[in-house]
Design a protein around this ligand. Structure first.
Ligand SMILES: Nc1ncnc2c1ncn2[C@@H]1O[C@H](COP(=O)(O)OP(=O)(O)OP(=O)(O)O)[C@@H](O)[C@H]1O
Length: 232
């Protein structure tokens, strides 16, 4: 369970001494129950990515509390945040953000190297997760030798391989055609169901928002709950 309470954030922009205060998050409060898919929709510039960055501990909120499974993460030091992030969060990006010089296998293996796991454990974990996301045959392919859908599967596998329980996704299907989008959304739903993973998905796309258990709209930094239309 993630509990976000009264989170407020302001950026200071412009030259030193003449900074302008730009409020980006205004009193944001919401709960993310474990195992739910949450969608955050909203216009460009409304504050969605800032909220994700703050949830993941990349940025401290100016004010407010973020409790992840009972731990107050907004109070962590940078080192604590980094360690917590590696254990608890996986990230899925619109542009996949794979390392071009590493194969599919090596991209997925990378977070396990950061965790200092042995080569044998890394190999078995990577093979298991590649099979689960439907990436059996492309282990030795480099990212530019993969389709967009396959690249996103690699990026999802990399997010899952550490067994992080919470996946933060920023426009995960934004670079994919509509058929591939459906495949990736089906995969997200399957992983959510089978592994009880929590997903927080930022999106402009109604199709994506439709798979969510709960949907929120960000409007000028304020987060408002919306009705959910899907019934599965
Ligand atoms: N590091 C920063 N310094 C100053 N202002 C920033 C910074 N990051 C974001 N902003 C501003 O904060 C506001 C919200 O940005 P944010 O990226 O959170 O919006 P968004 O809803 O994710 O937009 P998009 O859908 O285009 O990604 C914007 O006005 C942006 O210019």
């Amino acid at each position: 369970m993630i509990e976000v309470k009264n989170v407020q954030h302001t950026f200071l922009i412009g030259k030193k001494g003449k900074e302008k205060r730009v409020p980006v998050l205004r009193n944001v409060s919401f709960d993310i129950p474990t195992g739910d898919i949450i969608a955050v929709v909203g216009k460009s510039g409304s504050g969605k990515s800032t909220l994700l960055q703050i949830l993941a501990g990349f940025m401290k909120p100016e004010y407010g509390s973020i409790c992840v499974n009972g731990q107050e993460v907004a109070a962590f030091t940078e080192a604590q945040s980094a360690a917590f992030r590696l254990k608890n969060f996986g990230f899925i990006f619109q542009n996949f953000q794979l390392m071009p010089s590493l194969t599919a296998f090596e991209n997925i293996e990378l977070p396990l190297k950061l965790q200092g796991l042995s080569p044998a454990i890394r190999k078995s974990r990577v093979e298991e997760i590649m099979a689960r996301v439907g990436l059996g045959e492309v282990s030795d392919h480099f990212p530019n030798e993969l389709s967009g859908g396959q690249q996103q599967r690699v990026s999802i596998a990399r997010a899952l391989v550490t067994k992080a329980p919470i996946l933060l996704a920023d426009e995960p299907t934004g670079s994919l055609d509509s058929e591939t989008e459906q495949e990736i959304l089906a995969l997200i739903q399957q992983l959510n169901r089978e592994l009880n993973l929590t997903f927080v998905i930022i999106t402009h796309d109604e199709e994506v928002a439709n798979i969510a258990d709960q949907r929120y709209r960000m409007h000028d930094g304020a987060l408002v709950k919306e009705g959910v239309t899907h019934a599965i």
